[in-house]
Structures are given as C-alpha cells and as structure tokens.
Design a protein around this ligand. Structure first.
Ligand code: ZN
Length: 230
C-alpha cells in the first residue's frame, strides 16, 4: 500500500481536526465520556444553557455527545449593536438550509458567524426559541425548562441586554418544509459525536441552550450538548 505524501497527510489531519477530532460518547461505556470530555470541552446539561464570549477569528465547535439532540444559539456583537437575524441571513444566503460556507448575519447586515465545518448538514432558523407560552398553550405544561429562559439568563450573565430576543439558530434541529409550505419537525440527523464549527466574524457574546422540547429531539428524553472554543 502506498504511503500518503507528507502534504496530503498534513491536509488530511487538518481536515480531521476541524470535523471530528473526538471519539463518540457511548453511554454504555463510561470511559468514553471521560475521553470525550477533554479539558477544552464544556458540557451543557440537558435542558440548560450557557454563555461565552468569542473573539473575532475564534472558532466555536457545537457537539452532540449522544446524538439526536438539538440546541439554540443566539449571538450579539459585544458592543451590543448587532443581533442575530434569520431574515438577514436568508437575504444574503438565499436558503433556509444552512451548512458549511453559509454565514449567520446580523440585523445590521454584517456576518456574525461563518459555518466552516458541519457533520450534520441540517439545522433550523425558522422556529422561535421554546418558551413558557409554547409549553403551556401547546402542551398544557407549566414551569417547563425552556430555551428562551436559558438564552436570556446566559446573556444577562455576559452583561448583554437579553431583550428583544430574535429567532435563535436552532443547530441540529431538523425541519422539513413540504410543497405546501407546511413545516414538519423531524428527529435531528446528528449522530453521537457529530459537531459543527462556526468562526466568529466579530467579537461576540454567545448564548447556548440544550433544547428541552421532546418534539424537537426525537420525542424521547432530551440530552446534553457540549462545546469548545479554539
Ligand atoms: Zn427549545
């Protein structure tokens, strides 16, 4: 068997680093969780959120440790003047199915984040974050954990005004649009260990939520997510 040339080997390693430099988390094998949770990696417990700052040029990897779990991402420039906008993203990208090469734009028509790698290839940017009203009116549930509260709490901890909160980017959420325009929420396509990587185009405050809506996550118990910055 021919050996790879040095340059090819280097390129292969570089691509692998961006796409999947991690071993999947197998729930039946506790040692895999230890290996999965590298020092750079942070876990978002199921149904909860987290906030972080991302400097221009830094990368954020969003990871589905167990598979089949979606999350919400909201971004705002650190100066507070530019907030994530699905409408502007559709204006400039021309598609509702965003993946590698697409950018997430602000309400001031500047890119906030660029998707540079994506194992999953299906995300939603149409649905508003789940909130108290949704769980009460659609499911008769009260005091349910929700992405709206997770995101606004995370923004407050970062010193960013949380409201108004526009539509978040629902990474790994799988929504089909049929020929009549009807929306169909499917189970996420993400498998254990899948991830996507976004590059910051401005200094950003980022809020994340591991969505607690069973409907968006295959109908069963919801699961954690993880992320890392590099
Ligand atoms: Zn949610």
């Amino acid at each position: 068997m021919a050996l790879r040339s040095g340059s090819v080997r280097k390129a292969w390693l570089s691509t692998r680093c961006v796409l999947s430099s991690h071993r999947p988390w197998n729930k039946r094998d506790p040692s895999s969780l230890v290996e999965f949770m590298t020092p750079q990696r942070k876990l978002i417990p199921h149904g909860h959120g987290d906030g972080l700052r991302l400097s221009r040029g830094q990368h954020l990897r969003l990871i589905d440790p167990e598979g089949g779990q979606s999350g919400d991402l909201f971004a705002v420039s650190l100066d507070g003047r530019q907030r994530l906008s699905n409408g502007r993203t559709f204006d400039f990208g021309g598609t509702v199915y965003l993946s590698t090469g697409n950018q997430l734009w602000s309400d001031e028509s500047e890119p906030l984040l660029t998707i540079v790698a994506d194992d999953v290839g299906r995300h939603d940017f149409l649905y508003a974050p789940c909130n108290d009203d949704m769980y009460r009116k659609q499911y008769g549930l009260t005091d349910h954990r929700n992405c709206f509260s997770n995101l606004t709490e995370a923004l407050r901890t970062l010193g960013v005004a949380p409201l108004p909160l526009p539509t978040a980017f629902n990474f790994f959420m799988n929504v089909d649009i049929d020929a009549n325009g009807k929306l169909h929420i499917r189970a996420p396509k993400s498998r254990a260990g899948d991830s996507m990587v976004l590059r910051a185009e401005l200094d950003l405050a980022i809020a994340l939520s591991a969505c607690p809506a069973a409907t968006c996550n295959g109908g069963g118990a919801t699961k954690p997510l993880a992320y890392e910055v590099f």
